[in-house]
Design a protein. Sequence first.
Length: 446
Amino acid sequence: MNSYQETVDAILGIPKFTKEKHTFQVIRDYLEALGHPEQGIRVIHVAGTNGKGSVCRMLSDMLRLSGRRVGGFFSPHLVRMNERIRVNGNEIPDEDLTECYRQVKDAEREHRLPVLTFFEVLFVMALLHFHKEQVEDAVLETGLGGRLDATTSIPAELFVITEIGLDHELYLGNTIEKVAAEKAGIITGPAPLVYHCCETAARVIRKKAADIGCKMIVNCGEAELISEEVVPLGIDFSFRNDYDRYDHVFLPTKALYQVENAITAISAVPMLLSGWEKPRIRELVRSSLSGFRWEGRLEEIRDGLYTDGAHNPSAAARLSESLQALLKERKDIRKRTLIFSASEDKNIHGVLKELGGLPWDTVILTRYTGSRSEEPEELRRLLADTFDKNTQIISAEDLQAALEAAGIGTLPDGKAAGPEAGHLVVVTGSLYLVGELKAMFNGSAK
């Protein structure tokens, strides 16, 4: 039997992005060979360009707090592969990850099945772990798109679609309508649909839902945001929808975009807790969201050191909005530094244009460890006057050098320290960069 590290290395050796995908029948053949681990589990399927991971986490937390046993399937991971597969918030243990992979490879060999792709392997492994742990609900985050994603191979009892923007254009298309059509591909049956996206995308999604015959369609964009305020420890917001009204809900994050995600999750959860009265759901929602935490989404690593995985223009726009509110609330900030890296296949200029509206004193361009990382000098070319002319632009060969250039040293234990008082440092542009930063604080990435 392979060790945990051998298992991780084997999975990481499988290509992550493939133009050609297996048909759903291949996934179903694996599930049949493995004894149908998906059966008996209620599936909640979440797709979208931005926010789907956060909504998955919020729904998972709410369902867990309601007393149900919940499995969560997320992507990508930031530091350890185990982050992708969770039960009641707990990552899959190393030995279980190894065992699930062994079972998948045994099924491949014994039944002469096609070799699964990176994401497909992890998806089947997640279902095996959920079955072993007697999970009642599985909240599945779509990997890429939705129409052809492995997660769409099994039926769901609730569909959720979050914000739609341009990303992965090579695979999903270069217009909002094309991307929305791919995301709407998760709608494969008459289960209820909850969505929160722009009207251009919503028209495509509503048509697909009507064609399929979804028995209920909830547009979270129709919810009225009554108030929203950044407070010292997070965000206080109030809103009303057709179902209920929520006053002064607290989120322990400075990311304003999480309010939209919270409204989406709140709108979805009554469909999963049939028989629960409104006051009881309200209490559950408040309690759950007050403890919400999702790594890499405007996460404060140290006082003054934030990181966010914004890697497309729409996500960068949301990050900029949150940072503007943060700067307004933090009157003590006197110096602002951006550390940026991005994958070469992203709309880097579009991301930088959104971030360039903030009053940065210094922008440090760097690269993350990986073959897809764009080189700092190419990032400099793509800046194309997106930042104020008085902003200092410098390059750093890697994240460690970038942190040092920002004046962030190391503690006696070898971990990075925070910036000096009054200095805001934001590390963004890629979730790979976020993972690398977190590994510096929490241990080696796997």
